[in-house]
Structures are given as C-alpha cells and as structure tokens.
Design a protein around this ligand. Sequence first.
Ligand code: DUC
Ligand code: ZN
Ligand code: ZN
Length: 460
Amino acid sequence: MRFDTIVKGGTVVTAADTFRADIGILDGRIAMLAGDLDDADEMIDATGLLVMPGGIDSHVHLEQPGSPGIVMADTFETGARSAAVGGNTTVLPFCLQQKGQTLREAVKDYTERAQDHCYVDVAFHLIVTDPTPQVLGQELPALIAEGFTSIKIFMTYDDMKLADREILEVLDVARQHKALVMVHAEGYDSIRFLSERLERQGKTAPVYHGASRPVAVEREATHRAISLAEIVETPVMIVHVSNRHAMEEIRRAQMRGLPIYGETCPQYLVLTEADMDREGMEGAKYVCSPPPRDFDSQAACWEGLQQGVFEVFSSDHCPYRYEDAAGKMAPKGQTNFRYVPNGVPGIATRMPILFSEGVVKGRIDLNRFVALTSTNHAKRYGLYPHKGTIAVGADADIVLWDPAREVTIHHKILQDGCDYTPYEGLEITGWPVLTMLRGSVVVRENELKGAFSGNILSRR
Ligand code: DUC
Ligand code: ZN
Ligand code: ZN
C-alpha cells in the first residue's frame, strides 16, 4: 500500500498505550499503524521522538470583544498559529453573546471571522449572557442540534453574570437537549463587596486582584454551581479551577456519583499571587480570574490532575497586550485593579509546561499527559474518535515531541499576537518539533509551514 506520508521510527503514545509503530497517512487520515512501513510520497523521520495526537485546547479566547476600549491580543490567525507552534491541532474558542444580541448573530459573526483564517481546526462553545425566552426556547435548542453542544456561563462580571434562576434555566435546556454547561465559578456579590472595601482602603494595585476574589469566593460558587446542576440533574464542567477547596468540592461531588467535571490550567500550576505583586504595573501581566494562589493550591491542582478530578488541562488563553492602552495598560486599570483586563496568554505553552513539570518531573505519566491535553477534550466535547487519538480512521492530527529538548521560554518563540508571556524565562524540557493537521505539516521546528487549512468543526 502506498501512502501520502509515513511517520517513521517514533514511539506512539495514546491515552491508553505506548508502542513502537510507523504511521501510514492517506487523504489526511491515519490509514495504517505497523512495525515497518516504507512506501510513501513523503517520509517523516520520528526516530527518538514521541508521536502523539495533536493537542486539543478546549478553553481559549480568540478575537473576543471585551469592555469598551479593550482589545484582545489574538485574532483567529495569530492565536491558531501560536496553538500550532505549541503542538495543538484543534482549539475550542467561545462565541460570546453580548447582552441584547441573539445567539445566532454571535455565532454568525465568530464563524465568519474564523473561517479561512485558522492554521488549526476550530470548534466553538457558546457563552450565554442573556438567557431570554427566545434564547432558551428556540435559539439554544436549535444551535445545540447544529453541534454547538457546550455552553459557558458566568457567575460573575457585571455584563455577563447569570442569577441562580437563570443558571437553572440554562442547565435545564442543556439537560433536555444533551449539552454540557461550563461554569465560571466565582461569586459576583462577594467580589463586589470585597473590591469596594479594598478601594475604600486605597488598595488598588494589581496584586489586590487576588484579595478581591479569595479562595472562599471560588469555593462558594463552585459548591453552588454543583448544587444547581444536581437539582436540575445535568452535568457541568467547572472550568479554570485554581485551588484545593474548589478541587475538593468537585471531588466530593464526583465521589457522590454526580457527573461533575473539572478543568485546571497552567497558570494554577506555576504562578502564584506573588507574581501579581511585581514592580509598578508589571503585576498586571498575571491578572486573571480566578487568580493564581499559593504553593498549596498548586499542589492541589496537581493532585486533581493525578487523581482524575480534573479531566482536562486547558490554557484559558485570554491574551491582552501589556504595553497597550487597549490591554493591561488600560488607563483605568493603571489606577485600579478592577479595570485591568482579566486573562493571561498561554496557548503555545500549555503542553510544554505540563510535559516538563508533569511528565519529566514524574508527577504524571505519558499516557495521562495525552489524556489531559488531547483525548479527554475530544471525548468530552464530542470530537472523538476522529480527533484526540492515534488510531486507524482518525484524522492525522499528530504532534512529534522531542522529550529531551531543552527550551527556555521567551515570548518571541511563541508567535502569538501578545507582547509578553507570563512564563518568560521558564526552563522547559520537552518540546513539539512538528505539528501536523490532517496529514499536512503546519509547524516544523517552530517555523510555520501550513496555510489557513483549519476547518470549523461541527460536533453533531
Ligand atoms: N474567564 C475565563 O474563562 N477566561 C478569562 C477571563 C475569565 O474570567
Ligand atoms: Zn471564566
Ligand atoms: Zn476562559
């Protein structure tokens, strides 16, 4: 049999197994796995490399409008490019419904902007901020049927938060139509109360972002979200979990047999609140929500990854430029942490950080790495088995990984649209040396080779 491409001599790693095999690729799909394949138009030498399913990052924000005057640093083009540099072949950004907008308008807008502008495949989640009777009764059921099977909701932020009754209504639509609700679990009233008190005390520097939303704020909202899901009898995914208390809320629910899922992110493994306490406005680079916490919180997030409390490890890439009045240097943000745009970039660094800090340091094994960065995302969000594994019939979305490559993170190698990385100077062992989307090389040795060949995926 003649193939378009053979990936030869590597060690294949899936969420289940690690084995020596060559991979024969035909028409963008994996056509054969065998000990020794020879006949192809193109041979790719994977000797000494790990051959893994391309990363799937199921929590990224690209080209998402925010507060007036604030602009996200990444377009679909630059964000997807950086994703590919970091070994990813599929990303799941959000279509944000702005208040007063129909969901359908939001979907049309994001889809048009992403179409023909992506180096990797894309599947959208929805964000519901305005659950009108029309959204709940007509738009959501129709969009879920069309494949938009995951919906994020917020328990905080002035222009996004849902009241408990609204959360119950969204959960009930999700239950009826078999969608998954992703929850941003931080309590609005507690944050308002604490922020206003900090303001009165003159505590307005970026570091006070942490004090305005302490662990109890996240724990309370996590517990409430789980309880609401239990009442409605539908699953939820608690996203971007930052600490032990929230992790334990999820674990307790799971031990009671509830379908409650968890996600954590790199910023909760390697950053702490002290990063927001840097000179001048430098701390703004690390402002995200929930905020980075302390070393015990980092240890708890590792426990959650090791024990399966967290089934996905995502970047929550939410980039704002630092030296930019439309980003972290927003004029109001320079006088008060409340106005610093929330979010850190991390689409390219997600997999290297988990590999280096997790696999190389012996905290997780290779198969768990693949599960946490690819397979579980595909399974949870309806992309499996054509995404998220190395198997005959699957898309040839493959990353070749050099487990011994030593890299010091510098922003310029990440090729995103931001102007900094919170991980500047971090020393990493293990790096993606080739990213392939449906059989075509997108990035080789950090150099972009691909075109805008990313598809917008339906999850029907
Ligand atoms: N929530 C996210 O998921 N990303 C960035 C900001 C936020 O609050
Ligand atoms: Zn969030
Ligand atoms: Zn996010």
